[in-house]
Design a protein around this ligand. Sequence first.
Ligand code: GAR
Length: 381
Amino acid sequence: MSEERLDLTVTLDDACIAWQPLHEALEVVDEAGFVPHRFHALAERELARVEADLGTTLGVALSIGGGWLIERKTEAPAVGVPQLLGCAGYHGEGDRGIVGPFHLDGELAATRLTMLLAALFSLRERGYRRALIPGVKASALPAIRAFLGGAIVAQQASPAPTRPRVVVCASGNGSNFQAVIDAAASGNLALDIVSLVTNRRNAFALERAQRVGIASQALVWERGRETRAEFDARVIAAVASAAPDLVLLLGWMHLLPLEFVTAFPACYNIHPAYLPLDPRAERVTLPDGSSQAAFRGAHAVDDALAAGASWIGASLHAVTEDADRGRILARAPLALRPDESREQLDARLHQLEHRVLLEGLRDDYRANWTRKDAAAVSIEP
Ligand code: GAR
């Protein structure tokens, strides 16, 4: 059973959400060896650093508002680049500010409340009079109450996640499929995989489904006997028969038609490249400040290697009519190593994909399957 979470509403007019107490709290953080930076809109390079260092959904979330970043002060700043350790984001929705995403490295536990205060103060400065702090762990409440005093004007239990019915479409090995199976089985993802559809009879994903009793269908395009449209219609019917809330394309290697996208508006794809947040962009900015082509399409890794790129990555995105150009839910860059074999690279890439996939799904269902306005935030003392 996961711990109960609470949504707190705070009035920003309270005397504790003011520059003087924030200034004093920030000085303590500074003395402890950390540098907080405030930002209003993060540059693409910073977003890429956040995704490389902190979490695969944070860049997406931070790109819609402002926030604070924390770096470690180095002994000799000239020698190394300070490491990014945390962020406290915020954004506005109507007349209400929302705190989140919130992510701090374990060693920064003492600065959590300061960063929470900083985000609230920034919302106050932007003219908001109240703010929502969603998803606070019940065990963290006493510390937050002691810190924010009378500013908390309401608290209610965060809605429990519903369990979407998920159909997975996969063409091959199915390691991403397995990652979702395992996360759902261990309680780390609240979803039910109701069926697998594959377009290859020998896809290992079929065996993975059979092992755990997930219904599966292999639909192969009989090119001599049916048109592409007829095959697509069979795929749509097979997926629809499981009445999914969400469809996941996990290594599905067949371009789907507009009819599929219309039939299943909640459909996400895992793609082996670091895609730009702007779906129209043809290039993407990396954590080192360089930029390279956004590798879309069916051969993204091969294309990146052939182009001599320095980075690949993984992105979870919504499926739209334009291939690999839907809204990004989570992404992370991966630096290529000159001496590694293709097997070693594939192993690192798959590991990253599984993380991007699970974090993207987790934060997406927090936002979409439980309530519209949730931000991923977990504030522990
Ligand atoms: C993954 O690398 C995924 O990103 C890619 O196929 C692989 C499937 O691996 N998908 C695409 O290239 C889609 N354009 P898996 O079968 O082990 O999950």
